[in-house]
Design a protein. Structure first.
Lengths: 167, 167
DNA sequence: GCCAAATGCTTGGCCAGCCAACTATTCATG
DNA sequence: CATGAATAGTTGGCTGGCCAAGCATTTGGC
């Protein structure tokens, strides 16, 4: 019986769907929204990756470049705060972007511990294309949503972000 | 002048914030929601990772386990469809879960290409704890949201998912 | 019955991202 | 002024996740 039968454990599992599961008490379906977040996030990243591939970028790198375009040369510690990712991730991402010729690094004159990261001419040349890719990504993501939907979504996402970064 | 000054390129950048940027035309702020999705997704995954760590799981693995608990022994190709992730990812994830003693693999009697994956007793023992972790994650994520908010969010996320998996 | 096409899975290679441990520099405090 | 604490960055090690290439098996078409 290797078919898609439910697991034979829990022999007292009643087939009535209205009865709450005895193992875990869940409001509707357990972790429904967390599941949806996982799936949407992965699809979103994959879509970004497909669009960025033609520019020679990997998903995640465009976020760093966009920050540099937005705020100008920055020390890595500032990028870490702005992007909210781990220091070691930034170190290696900057190393790869430097190797690709898109950013350059130089020691900070004020603080001999710090490294300043700035875009090169080649990096600057990607700015418009990345903007188009990002716009295309946003368009695909939000296709069919009304302006009200978009406002709601932005509001709800910012609530989630606050919740999840509080701890 | 290594301060956080804006980049000196684009000398015609007017300081009026109401004027659309000449480089890229964006509705409100460029890719606002895509940025929010990225940030929320990362925080969500990090939070899941912190909660799962005490169970010896890495984020992503719990999704595979939950599917197995839900639908019973499955061939990998079915898990690939259910989880929507790459075949190679499932292969290696199952390898690691097997090494951790949480799942076992055996060849399918019907199809000599296929591999059946099922949970072990040790894997089954994690079921309740993973359910609690997932519930805690959902609670933290949705803290402060009304029931209406949650319904809206679920609806909007499912729209995004449809949009992003269409291509 | 045979051979090409489709399916199921694996491996190699790459990247983002995390944690832990470490070095070098700066800062604060007595 | 000296010493410990905080900060900046790096490296090692591990995972999830992707793509591309490859192998074994099954299936469809002739």
């Amino acid at each position: 019986m290797p078919g898609p039968t439910p697991p034979p454990t829990d022999p007292d599992a009643s087939p009535a769907p209205t009865t709450p599961s005895p193992a875990v008490a869940c409001g509707m379906e357990c972790g429904e929204i967390s599941h949806a977040i996982s799936r949407v996030a992965r699809s979103h990243r994959v879509t970004a990756g497909q669009l960025l591939r033609r520019l020679g970028l990997y998903p995640g790198q465009e976020l760093l470049m966009m920050r540099l375009w937005e705020v100008g040369p920055q020390r890595q510690s500032e990028l870490i705060k702005l992007l909210g990712i781990d220091a070691s991730t930034v170190t290696r991402m900057v190393q790869r972007l430097e190797q690709a010729g898109l950013v350059s690094r130089r020691p900070s004159p004020d603080d001999r511990r710090a490294v300043l990261v700035e875009t090169t001419a080649a990096g600057e040349a990607l700015r418009a294309e990345v903007g188009q890719v990002w716009q295309e990504l946003e368009d695909r993501t939000l296709a069919g949503l009304t302006d009200d939907d978009r406002r709601d979504l932005a509001r709800l996402l910012s609530l989630l972000e606050r919740n999840l970064t509080a701890g």
